[in-house]
Design a protein around this ligand. Structure first.
Ligand code: FAD
Length: 554
């Protein structure tokens, strides 16, 4: 039964139906419930339907710093609760091993958080106050002069902290509190946590199979036909059904644009490995890494995402270059003895994007909308981006085409940016030791948008001097992310930024020294990563205890 309050839009969306109970389904449910069902307002009915016969993809454990905004700030989930419930650890970036094909540089890092490495050598001058030049350009100048110090250790404090297995934060010294970070989370536990949260906020949960989908005479989705619960009607449908795209691709026939010409990996194998019994913080190996490791193998790359109690491991490979059996054998060899008797999960990946993520009254979120392999952990980010974008373009039942087009443009740009960034990791390699790496080095189909950028970066790196108050065009990866990959792959311009010739080299040296001293000071002041995580239960306990004490009922 629908009702309308005086002054309210009679076309207000009143029923949202979400298909799918993976990370995207439950994050959508919790997010929309939080955004739409404000106390005192008119509630919107939200129903999530998931099948108990069709599994979730069950991977997706490394995130980007945006997750903090989504889970903690927007959904209001206390960090200690989240970390304990999801066996989570901190992630301050990714370590890339064996990607570049340069014998003297087979490891490089892509850390989070580069903003505070910008220097302001002109900040005293009144006219030039706003000019800032990123440290990467100074590093390049020194490198071209023969200084051997690696880019990442010279420019990012968090790389020093990653290598020393430090926590990005401490409660002991609030001044040191914040270094940018994200989480590694158990994907199954995260979906379950979000499910409990959404259900406690009145999201209706149906466990059933969607057998068919019925369209109205305008081609909009009218209702879902289920096995045991009859017809389920809605105004707005969110397709979170995974790679199959049950509503968006199968029902509404929106085509899928494959990125297989520029990204060759199309399969993955996952083998999680538990740490030794009684050692859930992996102290026997010096504690849990606060970073993801991505190691290039013969026909793709392997991830390692360390959690409390176990690590997530996977091999993302191209079936055009290695068979399923050979890939599994190579992966087990990479993981070592511990993996020998563990079950391997094989996953076929659909890499690319649905042409329009939003069609009529259906919005695809998560794998149904697209996926660009997990190399830079963008899967969950794209769910967050889809939901935020949906709030900005939230429809009524007239489904204004211009709002839909705006949503679709934003999502297309996000996918294309990520695609270009990921292709960069492959096509700049100097490896030629296997057919897969050769094919990447002599890449036949680098997107035009990336070609243009690479041409420019051959002359001058990104991260150009900027005027502080100028608004930057919103994009996922900041300039320094690109520079990390360019430096790591040895894609260096022949000359440093001309403007640097006007500045004092001695001052620059002092700044590099000050930077290193600061990184050392942080290393001393911050706790070990596993020690910080270990004391989380105590913090939660204290929090609950305090709440109980202050409760008027006690
Ligand atoms: P799924 O998990 O596939 O869920 C689909 C849901 O739809 C299920 O609940 C299923 O029961 C339901 N369903 C399907 N059909 C029906 C039907 N007919 N009736 C009822 N219900 C139905 N992302 C990251 O951010 N970081 C990572 O490190 C990362 N690693 C990844 C590694 C791999 C190999 C892959 C493949 C993905 C990775 N991702 C990663 C992406 C991440 O896993 C996904 O974005 C995330 O899990 C969301 O998946 P989903 O909910 O869209 O789909």
């Amino acid at each position: 039964m629908t009702s309308t309050i005086v002054g309210q839009n009679p076309n207000r969306i009143q029923n949202i139906v979400i298909v799918g109970g993976g990370t995207s389904g439950w994050l959508s449910a919790a997010y929309l419930s939080k955004a739409l069902n404000k106390s005192g307002g008119t509630p919107c009915s939200i129903t999530l339907i998931e099948s108990s016969d069709i599994c979730t993809v069950g991977v997706g454990e490394a995130t980007l710093p945006t997750i903090i905004y989504t889970l903690s700030e927007f959904l209001g989930i206390p960090e200690p609760d989240l970390m304990i419930e999801c066996n989570a650890t901190f992630k301050m970036g990714t370590k890339f091993v064996n990607w570049s094909g340069q014998p003297d540089q087979n490891v490089f890092w892509h850390p989070f958080g580069g903003e505070d490495i910008f220097w302001h050598p002109l900040r005293q001058g009144s006219l030039t106050k706003e000019l800032r030049i990123p440290i990467s350009h100074y590093w390049l100048k020194r490198k071209l002069q023969g200084n051997p110090e690696p880019f990442d250790y010279s420019c990012f404090e968090s790389v020093h902290l990653c290598a020393a297995k430090k926590s990005p934060k401490t409660d002991g010294n609030p001044k040191l509190r914040y270094l940018e970070y994200a989480y590694h989370l158990d994907a199954g536990l995260l979906a379950n946590y979000l499910k409990q949260k959404a259900k406690s906020e009145f999201v209706q949960h149906i466990v059933d199979n969607v057998l068919d989908v019925s369209l109205n005479d305008k081609g909009f989705i009218s209702h879902l036909i289920t096995k045991n619960n009859g017809n389920i009607y809605g105004d707005l449908f969110i397709d979170c059904s995974g790679f199959k795209g049950l509503l968006i691709n199968q029902t509404l026939q929106e085509p899928f644009i494959s990125y297989s010409d520029s990204l060759f990996c199309d399969n993955a194998i996952a083998i999680p490995i538990a740490y030794d019994a009684e050692d859930k913080y992996d102290t026997r190996n010096g504690g849990i890494n606060p970073y993801t490791t991505s190691t290039a193998l013969s026909s793709g790359w392997a991830w390692n995402t360390p959690l409390v109690g176990r690590s997530g491991n996977g091999y993302v490979y191209s079936s055009a270059f290695i068979s399923k059996a050979d890939a599994e054998a190579e992966f087990r060899q990479h993981l070592g003895e511990k993996s020998l008797h563990l079950e391997a999960k094989h996953i076929k990946m659909r890499v690319g994007r649905t042409r329009n993520a939003w069609v009529k009254n259906c919005i695809s979120i998560g794998l149904s909308s697209g996926f660009i392999e997990p190399l830079e952990s963008t899967g969950i980010y794209l769910i967050e981006a889809g939901l935020e974008n949906l709030l900005h373009n939230f429809p009524d039942r007239l489904f204004q085409p211009s709002c839909i087009a705006n949503y679709n443009r934003i999502m297309r740009e996000q996918y294309e940016e990520i695609r270009d960034f990921i292709v960069m990791h492959y096509c700049l390699t100097k490896r030629e030791d296997t057919p897969f790496w050769k094919a990447n080095k002599y890449h036949p189909a680098i997107p035009e948008s990336l070609k243009e950028k690479l041409n420019l970066w051959q002359i001058t790196w990104p991260d150009n001097p900027t005027i502080i108050c100028r608004e930057k065009i919103a994009k996922l990866f900041p300039d320094y992310s690109y520079t990390c990959i360019l430096a790591g792959m040895g894609y260096l311009p022949k000359h440093s930024l001309p403007i640097l010739d006007y500045y004092d080299d001695n001052e620059v040296e002092q700044n590099f020294l000050a930077f290193k001293n600061h990184a050392d000071a942080l290393k001393k002041a911050l706790p070990d990563h596993h020690e910080y995580i270990k004391q989380l239960p105590a913090k939660t306990f204290k929090f609950q205890w305090k709440q109980r004490l202050s409760s008027p009922a006690l």
